[in-house]
Design a protein around this ligand. Structure first.
Ligand code: BV8
Ligand code: ZN
Length: 274
């Protein structure tokens, strides 16, 4: 954990900042029991999570990919926001933000699809539209591969055939196509409403503008290995902004960060921010 001097210096940067952007990754939800992509939790059964989060994997084996997303949906449904989510959400409350950064705007750009930051924002500030971008989509949205209909879906399980598959260790079962999640509008095969590798993340224009304007980037719980999100902190530093990394271990590019708070972010974020 950084020294109190670092925290004091960080706080003085925070106080002077105008546009703060937080870029969050799987490490932010680790304390809520959600497995990350790359460290210990990065494997699902015998598959590398990265190899399943692609359109090719889905169209080649929708039964396997749906079991992967069903497992993550069931985990996320039972998870609650942790003190790290809540600390970032507190920055979306005007009077809380004013107390630490009187002249700043705050935006959260999350790579996470578990919805925990949305829950945290809603808990702390139910009335406000959250300044929050879920750039890689949502576990709890479905998209029809035939008619494109996009719907929120919090059903547990999302279809009878997936019942209990999250408990089965070892290899997955073979679920017939017709028993996988189907569209209510046209009975087409549904896919999870997330952005896969090779697909274009959401709201890149707006996020790009926010990154261009940012004079402080909080890089929280991400290995900073997936683009374009991994490039945002470099862009902020490039135009003279400050970068503060919050991670439990060293991550890509953190040697260039102005502040590095090593430790679990559900502890380091509240400590550094408030
Ligand atoms: C795209 C949703 C074209 C699905 C995910 C250059 C430019 C643009 C693209 C590329 C490029 N080079 C390569 C690409 C292609 C690719 C890419 O980046 N590949 C990588 C592997 C090199 N990018 C894409 O395909 C993207 N799309 O490029 O479109 C384009 C782009 C721009 C403009 C026009 C066209 C789409 C990528 C989205 C993929 N979808 N998720 C799902 O969730 O299933 S990615 C997924 O992995 C996550 O969403 C996240 O984004 C990503 C990285 O994971 P992290 O969140 O960082 O988690 P990870 O496990 O890696 O690390 C956890 C970290 O937490 C660790 O550092 C750990 O130490 C730390 N930690 C753990 N516990 C704690 C903690 N920290 C603090 N406290 C703790 N308690
Ligand atoms: Zn449909």
């Amino acid at each position: 954990m950084a020294s109190s001097k670092d925290i004091e210096q960080f706080r003085s940067v925070l106080r002077k900042s105008k546009n703060i952007v937080a870029i969050a990754g799987a490490g932010l939800s680790a304390a809520s029991g959600i497995p990350t992509f790359r460290d210990a939790g990065g494997l699902w059964r015998t598959h590398d999570a990265m190899s399943l989060a692609t359109p090719e994997a889905f169209f080649e084996n929708p039964s396997r990919v749906w079991q992967f997303y069903h497992y993550r949906r069931e985990k996320a449904l039972r998870a609650t926001p942790n003190a790290g989510h809540i600390a970032l959400a507190a920055l979306s409350v005007p009077e809380r933000l004013e107390a630490v950064a009187p002249t700043a705007r705050f935006t959260l750009v999350t790579q996470n699809v578990d919805g925990l930051s949305v829950k945290a924002f809603q808990n702390v500030c139910p009335s406000r539209e959250p300044e929050l971008f879920e750039m890689h989509g949502r576990l709890f949205d479905t998209i029809c591969t035939d008619c494109g209909d996009c719907k929120a879906n919090f059903d547990s399980p999302i279809c009878p055939a997936l019942t209990g598959t999250e408990e089965q260790l070892g290899n997955e079962i073979e679920i017939p196509l017709e028993d996988l999640p189907r569209c209510q509008e046209c009975t087409g095969l549904l896919r999870p409403g997330v952005v896969w590798f090779g697909e274009v993340p959401h709201q890149l224009e707006e996020i790009g503008q926010i990154v261009d304007d940012a004079d402080l980037a909080l890089v929280v719980g991400t290995s900073s290995t997936v683009y374009p999100a991994a490039g945002y902190a470099y862009e902020v530093a490039d135009h003279g902004g400050t970068v503060a990394v919050f991670n439990i271990q060293h991550s890509e590019g953190d040697e260039d960060a102005h502040f590095l708070f090593l430790g679990p972010c559900h502890e380091t974020l509240p400590l550094a921010l408030f």
